[in-house]
Design a protein around this ligand. Structure first.
Ligand code: SF4
Ligand code: SF4
Length: 256
């Protein structure tokens, strides 16, 4: 099904966000005085997926190989610009104060980066009238018609793929080794600005494969998940048992 779209400049997508960033964008966000968090999630990965399993290969490219106890896992690390209320770059007229160098994720919205996720207008922040006017946004073959949006999607996806290993190095530098179970929740780390700046620089300059000896601890808030993980040989702990103010568990599941 094709979609029409015209941005109404309502500014809703520039408020109270967790905005995914590339390494370079995270460095720029920090330089501008913004806050950057590190989201960690892990996927049990006992074997490689079938060649035609596109969604699994998409996850594989976004992640690096690791272990949790005796269980092979893949870890996805997302650098996130975090703010509540208006974005620090949002102007009073709802324009972007850094428009020419805004993060790629801002250029993508409301399109989808994941090629296996369909755009659902009802899931987006845009008001209903944004979807009833304007030009063709996505054709009935699923192609994005705006070259700027299509290019931003490719760059966002490409950064996630190209930087997966570097983000593993970043975690090693920061001593990060806990992750939520993908589709269930994430561990959100809030390192100090200085340590994150140093680790980003280090990960970018060395740009090598994570050493791989880090034994990841998988965190869940569900007893059944804990039992399944431990049965599979993983190291697991309950979210309620996390100690320390430098990180927190955030559930993806509604009402939990
Ligand atoms: S950087 Fe600009 S486009 Fe992105 S959320 Fe902030 S104000 Fe909006
Ligand atoms: S929420 Fe949608 S309509 Fe509103 S400013 Fe963002 S992209 Fe435009």
């Amino acid at each position: 099904m094709s979609l029409r779209f015209a941005c109404t400049m309502c500014g809703r997508c520039c408020h109270s966000l967790r905005l995914p960033l590339s390494v370079a964008e995270a460095q720029a966000w920090l330089e501008d005085g913004g806050e950057v968090e590190v989201f960690c999630e892990a996927i049990p990965w006992p074997e490689e997926p079938a060649p035609d399993n596109g969604p699994a290969w998409h996850k594989r490219k976004r992640s690096f190989a690791a272990v949790s106890g005796h269980l092979p896992v893949r870890v996805i690390v997302t650098l996130v610009a975090a703010f509540d209320g208006a974005c620090p770059n949002l102007r009073a007229d709802m324009g972007c104060g850094i428009y020419e160098r805004r993060p790629t994720a801002c250029r993508v919205y409301p399109a989808e980066v994941n090629p296996f996720v369909a755009l659902e207008p009802a899931q987006k922040l845009c008001p209903p009238e944004a979807w009833t006017s304007g030009g063709l946004f996505q054709d009935d073959q699923g192609h994005w018609t705006d070259p700027g949006v299509a290019d931003a999607i490719q760059r966002r996806r490409g950064d996630d793929y190209a930087e997966a290993e570097a983000r593993g190095v970043l975690c090693e530098r920061l001593g990060i080794h806990e992750a939520g179970l993908s589709n269930e929740g994430v561990i959100v780390y809030a390192p100090s600005r200085e340590s994150l700046r140093e680790a980003l620089k280090d990960a970018t300059e060395t740009y090598k494969t994570p050493a791989g000896h880090v034994d990841w601890l998988l965190v869940s808030h569900r007893l059944r998940t804990m039992w399944l993980l431990e049965s599979a040989g993983a190291r697991a702990t309950q979210a309620a048992d996390l100690a320390g103010a430098d990180r927190r568990f955030v559930s993806f599941l509604q009402g939990e």
